[in-house]
Design a protein. Structure first.
Length: 644
């Protein structure tokens, strides 16, 4: 080899850009691929380049980047000075003069910087895990982006496919070594291909999202609206990288892989490392894409929704007043910061809220600051809202099912339209009817008067089907298309279809799960058809409040109440609940009863000279007298123990 360089090559200054640029120039000089790689590796080794042993992998990655348009071929006229030095060391040709080299080096500084940052981690990881390349770092507007994917270097293994006849022996060994969990080596190569293709799609999506965000941050709404963010690229992890391989077969597998790939993959571990690196890049990119799209949502113009303030009025007495509101996505954990029942961040996702211009809709409930949400149920109900699904909350009387939905609507700013199911509910109550009404000239005219269901479906709201299991089976089929999200067809109004508003969400409560009642407490519930129940996404049981939370809630609602008395009534309530579960009594003491007892006790406290008489009379009128004889006898025994 003829040495033409006057100064020794600094191996610590070599980047992957230098390697790829030199390789391009060698091919242009007529040197074959194999010779170019071999000569490069020799010079890089002499120069002390730490990644010299992985030259073939770096070149394979560069070739892959050339194919997918992420790299450009370099010539002697735009290569860096160091690349020209390496090229001269191999070919014996003198590098370009200092002026040309300096100019060329300046034009490639940006590429060197990007490549250097991308390969920063390759000093400590295997070549299959080395990373180069990233999503676009700036938008067309020139504004700096906030989110970009970390560098990832393709393995060069994507797209490799082998004839089954050539892999038959290796596949048989892999089956034995993995206890039949890996059927073919091609599965691993296909998984690498799918993962790296997903990374490419993610990088493009991140680039597009960053451009959209930059336009928003610059106030360029029209340019933002012209950008199609597209679908979110996703990948289901193959699980192949976690397979355990019998050590007795590893050497045999490595030799077969090396032969199959013509030295491109010399070990099963390197193959799996490439898969792990690609799947890890997918996960990291997914997080980066979520972050930038979250920022886009925060900066994007808020959709406006017009709501008729009289839409829940009665018949023709509706008030034609339009109330404007904006749909604003907010993080659930910020809205429901005092939820109890879990330490996990299960509320760390965004939910829609309505912000009203001026006065809110009259059906938006008032916020009860004392109400406490049970986080596990809250998270699932909010998830149903986000996904457009329907939750069914069931539980014992007075556990807070209905109030849960009302307070949920209050905090989200949604009107809460409550439809109570009972034996007197008729079809006309639900869908409406044709009726005679006074006309403008005093003459009667026929008009279709909508029921509560079509009126509510047309507006943004939380539509609550309360005590759904009390619904008469004769009218329940009305609700099946509604539960499917298909609206309701008004046959009495010419078959007009009322579609469900995009921000109309449905919630259900019931004492049962729609399968009837097996005790004497809820004898009036109906067993619902399997077709109806199948349309519900989630069933959740609402528990009573824990004693310490129940005390906090009751004292918050009755601040002048006697705390000691409240604590003992809550003890009584919990003991009756235990007895109920053991079938020792048929009635329960709910939080509503506890609150009533504490309120009554506080009101008459100054009027009774005998405190025992005050306690006895309070418990009688608020709790004991509503029970049947058997339950009352059990409860009196509990009272004697707790209030002695």
């Amino acid at each position: 080899m003829t040495t033409a360089t006057a100064t020794k090559i600094d191996g610590s200054a070599i980047t992957t850009a230098v390697v790829s640029q030199t390789y391009n120039m060698l091919l242009q000089n007529g040197i074959s691929h194999d010779d170019a790689v071999a000569k490069l590796q020799e010079v890089l080794t002499d120069a002390g380049y730490s990644q010299a042993g992985y030259t073939d992998r770096l070149i394979a990655s560069h070739i892959a980047r050339l194919k997918n348009g992420k790299a450009a071929t370099t010539t002697k006229y735009d290569a860096s000075k160091l690349a020209l030095q390496v090229y001269a060391e191999i070919t014996g040709e003198a590098p370009a003069d200092d002026k040309q080299a300096k100019s060329a080096a300046q034009t490639s500084d940006a590429q060197d910087a990007q490549e250097e940052a991308a390969v920063a981690e390759t000093e400590t990881i295997t070549p299959a895990e080395a990373g180069v390349g990233s999503a676009d770092k700036s938008a067309d507007t020139g504004a700096a982006t906030r989110t970009q994917a970390p560098a990832f270097q393709p393995s060069g293994l994507a797209g490799l496919s082998f004839d089954a006849a050539k892999t038959r022996s290796l596949d048989a060994t892999l089956k034995i070594a993995t206890s039949q969990r890996l059927r073919s080596v091609q599965q691993v190569f296909d998984a690498i291909t799918e993962a790296e293709q997903t990374v490419d799609a993610q990088e493009q999506a991140i680039s597009v999202a960053n451009k959209a965000l930059a336009h928003l941050q610059a106030g360029e709404v029209e340019q933002y609206e012209q950008i199609d963010l597209g679908q979110t690229p996703s990948l289901k992890t193959s699980g192949l990288s976690e397979l355990e391989v019998d050590e007795d077969y590893v050497e045999m597998i490595d030799m077969a892989l090396d032969k199959l790939t013509q030295n491109q993959v010399d070990s099963y571990q390197n193959l799996i490392s490439a898969l792990k690196a690609a799947e890890a890049a997918v996960e990291t990119n997914a997080q980066a894409l979520r972050e930038v799209r979250r920022e886009i949502k925060a900066n994007a113009p808020k959709p406006k929704v017009s709501v008729n303030a009289g839409s829940t009025g009665s018949g023709i007495q509706q008030v034609d007043q339009e109330l404007d509101c904006e749909v604003v996505m907010r993080k659930a954990s910020d809205i429901f910061s005092n939820a109890y029942g879990t330490t996990a961040p299960i509320l760390d996702f965004e939910v829609p809220t309505l912000e009203w211009a001026g006065q809110p809709h009259p059906d938006v409930p008032e916020i009860d600051a004392t109400f406490r949400f049970f986080a596990p149920i809250l998270a699932d109900v909010l998830h149903c809202i986000v996904e457009g699904e329907i939750p069914w909350i069931h539980g014992e009387t007075g556990c807070g099912k209905t109030v849960f939905y009302e307070q949920l609507a209050a905090r989200l700013g949604f009107p809460c339209i409550r439809l109570n199911f009972d034996s007197h509910l008729t079809r006309t109550d639900v869908v409406g009817k044709t009726d005679l009404i006074p006309g403008p000239n005093g003459q009667s005219m026929t008009r279709y008067i909508e029921g509560i269901l079509p009126m509510a479906l047309k507006m943004p709201c939380l539509l609550l089907f309360d005590e759904f299991d009390l619904g008469d089976p004769e009218i329940m089929p009305i609700f099946q298309p509604v539960l499917e999200g298909k609206g309701v067809r008004l046959m009495g109004d010419g078959g007009r279809l009322v579609k469900q508003h995009p921000y109309c969400f449905i919630g259900i409560t019931g004492n049962s799960i729609g399968l009837g009642c097996d005790n004497q407490v809820y004898l009036n519930v109906h067993e619902q058809s399997g077709a109806t129940r199948d349309r519900i996404s989630k069933y959740m049981e609402m528990p009573y409040l824990p004693p310490e939370i129940e005390l906090e809630v009751v004292m918050g609602r009755v601040p002048h109440g006697d705390k000691d008395f409240a604590e003992r009534v809550i003890q009584l309530a919990n003991e009756t609940r235990k007895s109920y579960r053991l079938s020792q009594m048929n009635q329960l003491v709910s939080t509503r009863h506890v609150q009533g007892a504490v309120k009554r006790h506080a009101h008459f406290a100054s009027m009774y000279q005998d405190s025992d008489e005050l306690v006895a009379s309070t418990l009688d009128v608020t709790i004991l007298n509503y029970m049947d004889d058997t339950s009352r006898a059990v409860a009196r025994g509990l009272v004697d123990n707790l209030f002695a």
